[in-house]
Design a protein. Structure first.
Length: 583
């Protein structure tokens, strides 16, 4: 009973002071928290409401208006709903629901690892070391999951690993495994693909052997049914892909994967397998002890095999078609899965299954090493576990005693937070009234009118509180018509751009954030200045000044023929579009 509260306390401490601001703040550990996190919170909030009001319309999310099936232009994170939806529906607070999802799911994943390893080794200390290995990967609490909290829903995976070691043909375990595969696979395709592939390979190997053939066939059937159910749940993505033959080019991000730097690249702090070196050394020592021990005194050999299997699978799936071996390009086509699976951009995320395998191996290794010391007093064993966990934490937080290729800057002493968007603005009250489409400006930056993820993601998060159709949008991909709409948005308040935008979208409202005009351009300019590509005086100008002046002039006059100022809140102006669509 004490294990789960124990990990809740540890995760709360590692992310403090987030626990003191659950209702009003969100993590801001890196830049993607400004857009990816807001996008996921919006997606989960939309699905939560749709499921209790109109489940048949769940695909028709309010972004990219009037594009249909807008939910499926990016990761919906459906598997995270059981951890987000109750809090959100009870409180209406998306920040609170997101923080409960993130912190609770990380704690549950640590508990699951502890529970499974303790079952294999009969050692709570080994379970603790396994959980500590997971929690001290920066990818978990700093470099990815804070911006994509649905990835933290890993509580099912250790139990999938456990059931994968059982060569039983019983119907009960098979149905349990089916449920766990579906629940885990709904979180993200980057977990579903390696999970189903990994279990499929296990099933195939068992089918080849006469004494395990029956169990192998049943496992193969379970994997096949799970795959079919997940495919049915993800049919929306297939529809969107059919509607967008060139969707791989319709994205704010570079679609070509960066070449993985070997041998160290997969173990950097910003990668799923970026565990502390203490963890890797412990696994090596434990493996040596395991191999050299007699069969009767070893820790669970099947557990070692499966832990190593998931590590190797995650490593293999993370490889890009071209890698760099000590800086030298090396083509692996067609020997890597990334050459076979179209539509996936970030193969490194599939290394998450390797992180789970490494965590399990760390726990098994600790049990194996302490088993070697016969008659070890319980107090000494507890001390050893504490020393190992402390070493992991020091390398996690400070990067001490790490090889140069894996060294990372020290983490701040306080977990970085960002205030969540306030739903109490008087503008929100106006936006809640029933009506047509809204666009928030600015939404783009630069002369190419490229959509800015943070601007559009903020508009999406705000729409959680009003629910209006939104011309803005941010996701992994965008509809083919979106760039042209954004070009028109960038032209506002020009009357011709406004008329064209209204003809295409039925636009009724425009929310202008005066303080955001020029922000993106200034940030780009300062980055170029810092890198030496621009002389220092280059950024000393009033970015966005002309756009702010244009909107202020209209507001000060109370509007114009096609725009009417409804209300303002500081530097935010809300206009109604009053003109008829141009013929």
């Amino acid at each position: 009973m004490w294990v789960l509260p124990f990990y809740v306390a540890i995760v709360t401490g590692l992310t403090w002071p987030l626990g003191a601001h659950l209702r009003t703040a969100l993590p801001y550990t890196w830049e993607a928290c400004h857009f990816d996190l807001l996008q996921m919170v919006w997606a989960l909030a939309h699905q939560s409401r749709a499921l209790v009001t109109a489940p048949w319309s769940i695909a028709e999310a309010n972004i990219y208006y009037p594009t249909p099936h807008a939910l499926f232009y990016g990761d919906a994170g459906t598997g995270a709903l059981p951890f987000f939806m109750p809090t959100f529906l009870l409180t209406g607070n998306p920040a609170l629901a997101s923080n409960v999802l993130f912190l609770g799911s990380v704690a549950l994943a640590a508990w699951a690892l502890h529970t499974v390893v303790e079952r294999w080794t009969a050692s709570h200390l080994a379970g603790f070391v396994a959980a500590a290995s997971f929690l001290t990967s920066r990818w978990v609490l700093w470099t990815w999951m804070p911006s994509a909290p649905h990835y933290a829903v890993l509580v099912y995976f250790p139990f999938i690993m456990l059931l994968g070691t059982m060569r039983t043909t019983g119907r009960g375990p098979a149905l349990l495994l089916l449920a766990l595969l579906v629940l885990q696979g709904l979180t993200t395709i980057y977990v579903a693909v390696p999970m189903l592939l990994g279990m499929g390979v296990i099933a195939a190997v068992r089918t080849l052997r006469a004494r395990t053939r029956r169990a192998g066939l049943r496992l193969a059937a379970v994997v096949l049914v799970a795959g079919m159910l997940l495919l049915a749940a993800d049919v929306g993505y297939l529809v969107v892909r059919a509607e967008n033959p060139s969707i791989m080019t319709q994205t704010p991000w570079n679609t070509s994967a960066d070449a993985v730097e070997l041998p160290w690249g997969l173990f950097r702090a910003d990668m799923p397998m970026g565990v502390p070196v203490v963890t890797l050394l412990l696994i090596v020592l434990g493996a040596i002890s395991f191999v050299s021990a007699d069969a009767e005194s070893r820790t669970s050999g099947v557990a070692w095999q499966h832990g190593a299997y998931w590590v190797l699978l995650g490593l293999a799936l993370s490889l890009t078609p071209t890698v760099r071996w000590f800086g030298r390009p090396l083509s692996l086509r067609p020997f890597v899965v990334s050459s076979w699976v179209p539509g996936l951009r970030r193969f490194d995320r599939m290394g998450l299954v390797a992180l789970m395998g490494l965590s399990v191996l760390a726990g098994l290794a600790f049990a194996e090493c302490t088993r070697r010391v016969r008659g070890l007093p319980a107090g000494i064993a507890v001390g050893l576990a504490g020393v190992v966990a402390t070493g992991m934490y020091v390398q996690y937080a400070r990067g001490l005693a790490m090889p140069a290729p894996l060294r990372a800057p020290s983490l701040p002493s306080s977990y970085p937070l960002e205030p969540a968007i306030d739903p109490t603005s008087p503008l929100i009250d106006v936006l809640r009234r029933r009506g047509g489409a809204l666009v928030e400006v600015p939404a783009t930056a630069g002369h190419l009118h490229r959509p800015v993820p943070a601007f559009n993601a903020n508009a999406m998060y705000r729409s959680i509180f009003h629910g209006r159709p939104l011309v803005n949008g941010y996701d992994g991909y965008w509809p083919a018509a979106f760039p042209n709409r954004m070009a028109l948005v960038a032209g506002l308040p020009d009357p011709l751009a406004l008329a064209a935008l209204r003809r295409e979208t039925g636009l009724e409202l425009i929310l202008a954030h005066l303080e955001q005009f020029g922000v993106a351009e200034r940030e780009v300019c300062e980055l170029e200045e810092a890198s030496g590509r621009l002389s220092p005086p280059g950024c000393h100008q009033d970015f966005g000044g002309a756009e702010r002046a244009a909107w202020l002039a209209i507001a000060e006059r109370g509007g114009r023929d096609d725009l009417r100022l409804l209300t303002r809140d500081g530097a935010d102006l809300l206009f109604a579009v009053t003109s008829s669509p141009a013929g």
